[in-house]
Design a protein around this ligand. Structure first.
Ligand code: SAH
Length: 525
């Protein structure tokens, strides 16, 4: 099946789902990745917004709780953006048509003659209970559910008949009901609902900050709750099939410090293991125009080399972007240092001829020399980082090889802003995927912008209620990065064995699960 491409001048009313970026539909994700303008609510996950192209304009029309937003203004904005001929994604929390005023936006578009498409989303009315382990219907317990707003007064449909709602039986799911919970509970009790009826309120359902409060209808008024919350009233709320707490990195917030363009995969894997990924890039990867020219030249004369050596996935990606035709490699053999580098080549259907067991430049040089093919006369191309620590070139030149080194990419350190720094400071763990990320981090420590990871971290993991002081965990994707960190005197707790994103996540999971002294183990239920 091939979905229709987004059209200019069209508005797509897309349900973003309740928070967790994995809960957007495939169609929604596709449209988002091709949007020219994204008009979004306040409660949309930042990682979803990062799926929009870098060139897309992001317009936040979210209202703060309690401050009525001007729906007419939003409608007018959608119409005017579409009239500019842009492809507009209107990204709305949950489902656009469930208590989200998406219907009004569609009406406005219809009367302005603008074409639109509606992409349903997973409503928090269903996702929040599901993520809290409460099925809204259950054999022998509840045969249906009623979704109601706690602010029906604002809907111009007259006050809701709470008597009828109470008498209908089954499960009642309330959205936007935190402020009016006392009145609603009173009405349902007055209509004859049992004060002992189980209730679960799920705050920030599906987000890393998800919290459930279990109470009864009689206790709802006094329960301490914060918006956004979905309140589920009925016997199903007594069921406890909670599962998110069982995910291995539940309760961990983990900083991803690599370049934004590369952060997505690690963030998604961490989230999949139950952690909250925190994106604080400490470096950016930018080739200069001079580099681009050299890379292009090197790519064009590729056929004249006997070997091409890659020591990082970054150099693979930068260099191959300039290879127009795979046949350009002709007789050139390929050496790759590290399995992540070999994996990057594999993504381009290139299989490395040589992947040395160890990771030092010296070992690669001796592996190439002892390989014996073209000894002493070989021409070797080495696209590498501008700040490469490798002395591979010199080692090979000493062995009589002709080595051309070209700069494939340059990493520039990034100093995070105040909010980035506080995010880094609150993280349970910080991940490093390159020596450059380590260098940027060490600079933050050296200048005092960031406290040392050895200092105590209060309330480091939600699940952990012990009073012991905490230390941030530092995790490296492989030995090269870990060595660079060790040279700077950092104590590294986790080093991935397989030097890949998956390996890094596995190593963190192992640390979380095994935690020898129990210090860093998030409490499981
Ligand atoms: N269209 C949205 C609902 C918008 S009304 C949907 O389908 O989900 C906003 C209300 O939704 C909030 O007041 C809260 O009751 C609920 N809500 C939104 N996100 C939520 C979340 N992550 N967890 C729990 N409730 C949420």
């Amino acid at each position: 099946m091939r979905a229709e491409l987004p059209k200019p001048g069209t508005v797509y009313l897309v349900g973003a789902g309740p928070g967790d970026p994995g809960l957007i539909t495939l169609r929604g994700a596709e449209l988002l990745s091709r949007a020219e303008v994204v008009v979004h609510d306040r409660l949309v996950h930042p990682r979803l917004l990062s799926m929009a192209p870098g060139s897309a304009e992001l317009i936040d029309v979210g209202k703060k709780p309690g401050v009525p937003f001007d729906q007419a203004e939003i409608n007018a904005l959608l119409v005017s953006q579409a009239r500019l001929g842009r492809c507009v994604v209107r990204l709305k929390g949950g489902d656009p048509f469930v208590l989200g005023r998406g219907g009004e936006e569609a009406q406005a578009l219809k009367s302005a003659g603008i074409s639109f498409e509606v992409v349903p989303g997973i409503t928090s009315a269903l996702a929040a209970p599901a993520f809290a382990g409460v099925p809204v219907t259950h054999r022998g317990v509840s045969t249906g559910f009623t979704v109601l707003t706690g602010r029906s007064g604002e809907y111009n449909t007259g006050e809701l008949d709470w008597d009828a709602a109470a008498k209908l039986g089954g499960t009642i799911v309330l959205l936007m009901a935190v402020a009016n919970r006392e009145v609603i509970a009173e009405r349902l009790l007055a209509a004859g609902r049992d004060p002992l009826t189980p209730v679960i309120a799920v705050e920030w359902g599906t987000w890393a900050a998800q919290r459930s409060v279990r109470t009864t209808l009689g206790g709802l008024a006094a329960a301490e709750l914060c918006a956004p919350a979905t309140i589920v009233i009925g016997d199903v709320a007594a069921l406890d099939l909670s599962w998110i707490e069982r995910r291995p990195l539940y309760g961990w917030s983990i900083a991803v410090t690599r370049d934004v363009a590369q952060a997505g995969e690690l963030s998604n894997r961490l989230a999949g293991a139950g952690a909250e990924p925190i994106l604080v890039p400490l470096l950016s990867i930018e080739p200069s125009s001079e580099m681009l020219r050299q890379l292009r030249d090197a790519a064009e004369s590729l056929g004249s080399y006997d070997w091409v050596v890659f020591t990082s996935a970054n150099s693979v990606e930068s260099f191959l972007a300039h290879v127009r035709d795979a046949r350009a490699f002709s007789g050139a053999r390929i050496a790759a240092v590290g399995s992540a580098t070999a994996a990057a080549l594999k993504r381009h259907n290139l299989v490395a001829d040589l992947v040395p067991q160890s990771y030092s430049a010296k070992d690669l040089a001796s592996a190439l020399v002892s390989d014996g093919r073209g000894e002493g006369t070989s021409r070797l191309l080495f696209p590498r980082s501008a700040r490469a620590r490798e002395n591979l070139g010199n080692a090979l030149r000493q062995a009589g090889w002709t080595v051309d080194e070209v700069e494939a990419y340059r990493t520039e350190p990034i100093v995070p802003d105040a909010s980035g720094l506080s995010e880094l400071a609150r993280a349970t763990a910080i991940t490093f995927c390159s020596p450059s990320a380590v260098a940027s981090y060490v600079e933050l420590l050296r200048t005092g912008m960031l406290a040392s990871p050895g200092s105590a971290l209060a309330g480091y993991a939600r699940g952990d209620r012990s009073e012991e002081p905490r230390r941030q965990i530092l995790a490296c994707i492989g030995p090269t990065t870990a060595d660079a960190a060790a040279e700077e005197g950092l104590v590294i707790d986790v080093v991935a064995r397989s030097h890949t994103v998956d390996g890094l996540v596995d190593a963190l999971v192992e640390r979380a699960t095994l935690a020898p002294n129990g210090t860093f183990r998030a409490e499981r239920q």
